[in-house]
Ligand binder design. Structure first.
Ligand SMILES: [Zn+2]
Ligand SMILES: [Zn+2]
Length: 165
């Protein structure tokens, strides 16, 4: 089943805003993310735009696999990202040592649709949020009468209700 979306000039993070007024100023370092959610959205957009530099730069400094860059560069092109849903965020005031965002991202890889359901933790260093780590959660179930995750406007049962495990 194909996904049809009019995405011209819209930010890949599905905020409904234009790229230029949403994630682009963050990805181009014109301004810092004002919240963990904003940073999470900008990292999703960076995945869509295949911006490996930003993905590496927006991580908290800690031990990372030495081959992370080459792994990202070779795998990032194999993902086709379809939709982002923010499930929940830690409310303000954010804990600067670990504020979390739970999200579901849908992507296509090898002809199949998958979902990544993750609770990510972000830390504040100086004035800037960084991605620290994430826990992968079990796939979120979209209820039959819930609007489909692909934002077609149809109910899940009439759209992608059967199309992924
Ligand atoms: Zn955005
Ligand atoms: Zn759908």
């Amino acid at each position: 089943m194909t996904i049809t979306k009019a995405k011209q000039n819209l930010c890949p993070c599905d905020s409904g805003l234009s790229l230029g007024s949403c994630c682009l100023p963050l990805i181009t370092y014109q301004r810092p993310a004002e919240s963990p959610e904003a940073l999470m959205r900008s990292r999703y957009s960076a995945f869509v735009l295949q911006n490996v530099e930003y993905l590496l730069a927006s991580q908290a400094e800690q031990e990372r696999p030495v081959d992370q860059r080459s792994r990202l560069e070779s795998t990032i092109k194999t993902f086709s990202w379809l939709a982002l849903h923010i499930v929940a965020c830690q409310s303000e005031p954010f804990d600067p040592d670990g504020a979390w965002v739970e999200f579901v991202a849908f992507y296509q890889q090898g002809g199949n649709i998958h979902q990544l359901h993750e609770k990510s933790v972000f830390v504040l260093r100086g004035q800037q949020w960084y991605y620290l780590e994430g826990d992968i959660l079990a796939g979120r179930i979209w209820r039959r009468n819930e609007p489909c995750w692909c934002r077609s406007g149809k109910k899940t049962k009439k759209c992608h209700g059967q199309s992924f495990a």
